[in-house]
Design a protein around this ligand. Sequence first.
Ligand SMILES: [Zn+2]
Length: 407
Amino acid sequence: MKLIGPFKQVVTLANLPLRGKLSDEQLEIIVDGGIVVDQNIIQKVGNFEILKAENPSIEIEPIEGEQIVLPAFVDSHTHICFGGNRPNDFAMRNAGKTYLEIAESGGGIWSSVQHTRNASEEELLKTLVERINFLIDLGITTIEVKSGYGLDVENELKMLRIIKKAQNETKATLVPTCLSAHLKPRDFEGSNPEYLEYIITEILPKVKEEELANRVDIFIEKSAFQPEESKEFLLKAKELGFEITVHADQFTPGSSRIAVEVGAKSADHLEATIDEDIQFLAESDTVATALPGASLGLGEKFTPARKLLDAGAIVAIASDWNPGSAPMGNLITQASILATFQKLTTAEVLAGMTFRAAYALNLEDRGQLETGKKADFVTFKINNFQNILYNQGSLKAEKVYIDGNLI
Ligand SMILES: [Zn+2]
């Protein structure tokens, strides 16, 4: 057992509602606070001097200078296991080329599939761990990672096995998700429903058998999978025991409704969600995940996070880090920019990157600094928490703790 502190501010994010809007006045801020950690769990949070007086013999891990602490961040949507990169897609898109023109010139998701299939396991593992470390440096200690650049049995399993291996090389928590339904691969001979059936019968049973993932994702969009075939697929995946998440309403509306109908843990993107479906999401337990990195990468509008929060939805914010539409990877920058365009409070943004994002991953043991929660937290060398978003990602995390240990 040890006492870490004193911190100028402990921003606990505790005692806040899971859904709906938040004002900054609702944030619990403990001035001159400390955190008592036992093993990997937070035992108590409170005033540093009082905690010390309560247990005079407790080991103290001192914090030098003025620092604030808050729960470590959760990135609940990434595609960071991939080979190659796609700067030419970015340049072509900005030069006015269409999705089809980019695909025809060898870009698009299919290009990442080829690079990932051709990459060695060592190379994929190395770059994946580098990206994980980049995220840890930002204060992110729980990271969802999708497959989806393999798109056949051999290569989807290769990706998921690499993600599993990466878990042995990092203290961060990785949450693998099977996204074999990212796109029907060009070399699959058959229709969309046939490819989805191939995932159900050939890929998912092996994923289950090797315990590679317990979440399944699908990209429902005109250019990928259509609503009805997707719904059928998701219900089958659910029957196999998988949790569901959906790439929904990125360019065209309608699929967030399917996410809610199948009881998905989250519906992610939602840039094109219509008002009626915002209400539908708000009345559900499906987390609405904004992915501002994709809006910034593509020059598209942002997820209507303000409307979603006002309607009472559970709103998370994730990076969508991927080589095509969201290459930046800096969730803090992206969330800060989303806040300026969507007029989100600091409390709403911080909640969206901590306990609300954790809920989307079914990890309710983290994302708040309170008794019984996992001792993952991040400090910044400032005296007021508002500086984090104000600096839009240019303020670096000072210290990152996982399970109570400094990383
Ligand atoms: Zn994505």
